[in-house]
Design a protein around this ligand. Structure first.
Ligand code: JB2
Length: 213
């Protein structure tokens, strides 16, 4: 079976799982259902016509069976990283979820488990690590390097050659000028304008962005 013919099981059942499911479908993938540790009741995923396949026990069986690809659709960067690491060790295969309404350079390097949402732009020689989220309308310019499990929120923008550390979060509408670095697990607040490097684990907010004490 061609890899793109493999069904996909979405992990998570919240708002992030909704947008991941629609992106997978738009990219031509069949989503077989979802697994979550939150139970099937009232999950928004039912409104997309999907069913719960169970919780983490079901997920272990699905991975061991090997018929499906999986996509970790959990917005929290640490949780997404932890689950991905566990599933990688168990031999899971991770689908990409790249919207056909995004513009992705053929020279960009996209790791497994990356989400690129509609309206996003990923330019020449950019690198997106495993589990990165490039959310709706976000842009990643030439030669940016975005570390594993980072999240670029909607309409955020990285200018050329920005480096984003693992697990960093760039808030909605925030921008980063060329060549700056965001440390691992740092947070950039909504609408911030980053003109200086942001240290590892720091939170930077405002215009221009300042690290919060
Ligand atoms: O260990 C787990 C686990 N931890 C959380 N195993 C499994 N199988 N599922 C897990 N989950 C599931 O992830 C929860 O049961 C829940 O269904 C989902 C998280 O949903 P939540 O509504 O908390 O957030 P989200 O990740 O869908 O969306 C957040 O992040 C997005 C990027 C929100 O902030 C969104 O607004 C945002 N766009």
């Amino acid at each position: 079976m061609d890899r793109t013919d493999r069904p996909v099981v979405v992990i998570g059942a919240g708002g992030h799982a909704l947008v991941v499911t629609e992106t997978l479908r738009a990219a031509g993938r069949r989503v077989r259902g979802w697994v979550s540790n939150g139970g099937p009741a009232a999950a928004p995923m039912t409104r997309l016509g999907l069913e719960s396949l169970g919780g983490d026990d079901a997920l272990r069986r699905i991975v061991a069976d090997g018929t499906d690809d999986v996509f970790v659709a959990i917005g929290d960067n640490q949780r997404r990283a932890a689950i991905t690491d566990e599933l990688s060790s168990a031999g899971a295969r991770f689908a990409p979820a790249i919207s056909p309404a995004a513009t992705v350079s053929p020279t960009a390097a996209i790791a497994p488990g990356v989400l690129v949402m509609p309206g996003a732009v990923v330019n020449a020689l950019a690198e997106l690590g495993p589990g990165v989220i490039v959310n709706t309308g976000a842009s990643v310019d030439h030669e940016c390097i975005v570390g594993a499990f980072a999240h670029l929120a909607p309409r955020s923008a990285l200018a050329g050659s920005v480096q984003v550390g693992d697990g960093a979060f760039v808030g909605i509408g925030a921008v980063v000028i060329p060549g700056r670095s965001l440390g691992a697990w740092s947070v950039v607040g909504a609408g911030a304008v980053v003109i200086d490097d942001v240290p590892e684990g720091a939170t930077a907010v405002g215009v221009p962005a300042r690290v919060r004490a």
